[in-house]
Write a protein that binds this ligand. Structure first.
Ligand code: PLP
Length: 394
């Protein structure tokens, strides 16, 4: 019996990656499993992006770069923020990291001390609470319901703030619910935040470009520019350009905080992969048609999935504003079926009986729901929903 750190004992492995692994294991054992657990687009990385990396490789761009990213990629990111978001940043306000995951990890380690509190509205991306715990701080979870479209109210936010609150995390559109805050909702949250100048805000805009309706993307800084000095914007190329394996994310914010995050990164990974940075620059500077094509497919699948889920007795699903996830409630199914007692048991049941892998809502702090990723073809989705419906009614 080896002794490990409290740090590692206090966190759990990523449950979404675990579902993907479990599906792969069953598949390797010969089972026919449809995986709807993955958090990545099913499309290949667009060719012009791959070509940029191939060229960089052939030209020998294979050495360390600046820790915080190449000057030319940082310039592309600054231009992106200006054009897409109306936000102005200098180079010392930008940090490029090994995926959006490392951006939030750097933020947690650079900002938090033991006893500090971080407000995380649930349903949340699985990694926020565990990364906060790794930094010895405490996640304070705000529970939301499907009836409130999984969005925290200003009253809930204010009630959660204490003199220990250091950070509030916003993720809109949200993984796992797909819902986005409206301009008015963000303004109302900002009204609360303006009263507490010691609180910083992280806005995780990772799904900015995966929008399923006509509402334009906005974040808290668009709603309230006065929060600029204490807001950190997190984004990346993983989801928008189908580049999850390349591991490039970036953060923008106050220079003092970005500098501290860079210091953490300088003693962990150093720079993100040189050729992946070239690819990310090509993604940001090249034609955005590839994004539009993916979104067209996601919209059609979203419509089909939400409509079909709502035909399954006991299941209810609200439409998403963005992302490639549906987050239906199975609470009535769970309450009325003896074969499973909670969403975790239901996920296991669907995996074994229907051969469909979904992530239980508990993983996101929202038991009774299930996350279904529609980053897969329409044929597969039809098959999967048919199987789920059949297994539940059997
Ligand atoms: N933020 C959110 C909300 C996500 O869903 C993800 C990925 O699942 C990330 C950040 C991290 O993305 P990556 O590290 O792959 O760039």
């Amino acid at each position: 019996n080896v002794q490990l750190s409290d740090r590692v004992n206090n966190i759990k492995p990523s449950p979404t990656l675990a579902v993907t692994n479990r599906a792969a294991e069953l598949r390797a054992a010969g089972k026919n499993i449809i995986g709807l657990g993955a958090g990545e687009p099913d499309f290949d990385t667009p060719d012009h992006i791959k070509q940029a990396a191939i060229q960089a490789l052939n030209e020998g761009f294979t050495k360390y770069t600046a820790v915080d990213g190449t000057p030319s990629l940082k310039k592309a990111i600054i231009n992106k923020f200006k054009q897409d978001n109306g936000l102005a940043y200098e180079a010392n306000q930008i940090l490029v990291s090994c995926g959006g995951k490392q951006s939030f990890f750097n933020l947690s380690l650079a900002l938090l001390n033991e006893g500090d509190e971080v407000i995380v509205p649930a349903p949340y991306w699985v990694s926020y609470p565990d990364m906060v715990i790794m930094a010895d701080a405490k996640p304070v979870i705000i529970t939301t319901t499907q009836a409130q479209r999984f969005k925290m109210t200003p009253e809930q936010l204010e009630a959660a703030i204490t003199d220990k609150t250091r950070l509030v995390v916003l993720n809109s559109p949200s993984n796992p619910t797909g819902v986005a805050y409206s301009l008015d909702e963000l303004k109302a949250l900002a009204e609360v935040l303006l009263k507490y100048p010691q609180v910083l805000i992280a806005t995780d805009d990772m799904y900015e470009h995966i929008r399923l309706n006509d509402k334009p993307f906005i974040n808290i800084l668009n709603a309230c520019p006065a929060l600029y000095d204490r807001t950190i914007v997190l984004n990346g190329v993983s989801k928008a350009y189908s580049m999850t394996g390349w591991r490039i994310g970036y953060a923008a914010g106050p220079a003092w905080l970005i500098g501290a995050m860079k210091k953490i990164q300088s003693q962990s990974t150093s720079n993100p992969t040189s050729i992946a940075q070239v690819a990310a620059q090509a993604a940001l500077e090249g034609s955005q048609d590839c994004v539009k094509e993916m979104v067209v497919a996601f919209k059609a699948r979203h419509e089909y999935v939400v409509k079909t889920l709502n035909t399954i007795p006991g299941v209810s699903c609200i439409p998403a504003d963005g992302t490639f996830y549906a987050f239906p409630s199975f609470q009535n199914v769970i309450d009325n079926d003896d074969r499973f007692d909670d969403d975790i048991a239901l996920a296991e049941f669907l995996l074994i009986e229907a051969g469909v892998a979904l992530v239980p809502g508990s993983a996101f702090g929202a038991p009774g729901n299930m996350r279904l990723s529609f980053a897969t073809s329409m044929d597969v989705l039809e098959d999967a929903l048919g199987r789920i419906s059949k297994a539940l009614s059997a």
